[in-house]
Design a protein around this ligand. Structure first.
Ligand SMILES: Nc1ncnc2c1ncn2[C@@H]1O[C@H](COP(=O)(O)OP(=O)(O)O)[C@@H](O)[C@H]1O
Ligand SMILES: [Mg+2]
Length: 298
């Protein structure tokens, strides 16, 4: 059961028609993308990404899955335009990505809600550069609080919200500018298993209602398969695409569906070998699984 009735199908009119028209609905093309960081205190550099090629069509849900350090967050930052030092090309509808854009929303791994601002004000922060009037901003915030089922919590501060509710605020903030592309970096990584699966289902519902493109980075294989039209499997050292699979299952997907389980195990075997395929999530390098799982549940 979705919490508080879940995300509601509300009529969200474009607040700024001209922005919606400008919104690029073209294909996201990543060509031969590489990213190197200066090596920490040593000579040379660390190749975080190498030879990444990826095309994502408008409206697609793409999951990117991989263990710690394989460059998932780096890739997402490059697509968002937060970092524009890289080799290769990133373009949307033929136009190179240069700097950030209101058309690309991002939900970070750590929430980044400001503790001294209410839920409402945290969402409104994302509208600072939107050019909307005060009244339009207020309306946009109210609509997005409703979209994530938090209309009764507009005045709540982050410390008064559960982990799942805070994550809903972060999602509302990522969507409030009505981006054509939403980038999500392990958005549910810190949530308990029940809350996580509930929010996964609700994210899918939002994706369907909004018709936007979503790229979700995760180390949870089940999450990747549950949500993705396609799953991109990455490997570290340097960060590369190891494999790409289309998920041909109808939505909403059932986690107990034998075909679902088969795909999940198939992907897990890429990382862990068949004997540990029950591991569910990808183990961060060099740490015992039990310890890692405790971390993730925290
Ligand atoms: N700002 C940075 N400076 C130096 N190295 C970095 C920086 N950001 C990431 N890295 C390195 O790049 C690699 C990929 O990191 P990241 O994209 O965060 O991986 P993931 O999100 O898959 O865990 C890691 O080896 C990480 O240490
Ligand atoms: Mg990361």
């Amino acid at each position: 059961m979705p919490w508080a009735g879940g995300f509601s199908a509300i009529d969200r009119k474009p607040l700024k028609p001209e922005v919606d028209i400008m919104t690029t609905k073209g294909i996201l093309e990543i060509r031969n993308l590489g990213k190197a960081f200066p090596a920490n205190g040593r000579k040379g550099s660390l190749q975080a990404l190498d030879g990444i090629n990826l095309s994502i069509r408008p409206g697609e849900f793409v999951s990117i899955v991989g263990g710690s350090g394989c460059g998932k967050s780096t890739l997402l930052r490059l697509i968002s335009g937060l970092d524009d030092e890289f080799q290769g090309e990133i373009s949307i509808g033929g136009a190179p990505v240069r700097g950030t854009s209101l058309d690309r929303g991002i939900v970070f791994q750590d929430l980044r809600l400001l503790p001294w601002l209410t839920a409402e004000a945290n969402i409104a922060l994302a509208l600072e550069n939107s050019g909307l009037s005060k009244a339009d901003k207020r309306q946009a915030v109210a609509e997005h609080l409703k979209l994530v089922g938090l209309e009764k919590f507009a005045q709540a501060y982050p410390h008064q919200l559960s982990g799942g509710m805070s994550q809903r605020v972060a999602i509302a903030r990522g969507l409030v500018n009505r981006p054509g592309l939403l980038l999500l970096d392990e958005p549910f990584g810190a949530l308990d298993a029940l809350t996580r699966s509930r929010l996964q289902a609700e994210l899918e519902r939002i994706w369907r209602e909004e018709g936007i493109t979503m790229i979700l980075v995760t180390h949870d294989v089940e999450e990747a398969v549950f949500l993705g039209d396609r799953v991109i499997v990455m490997e570290p050292g340097p960060g590369r695409i190891r494999r790409e699979l289309r998920i041909p299952l109808p939505r909403p997907r059932r986690r107990s569906d034998p075909r679902f389980l088969e795909i999940k195990e198939d992907i897990l075997r890429e990382f862990t070998g068949p004997e540990t395929a029950e591991a569910e999530s990808l183990e961060p390098a060099g740490r015992p699984l039990a310890e890692a799982r405790l971390d993730w549940a925290a």
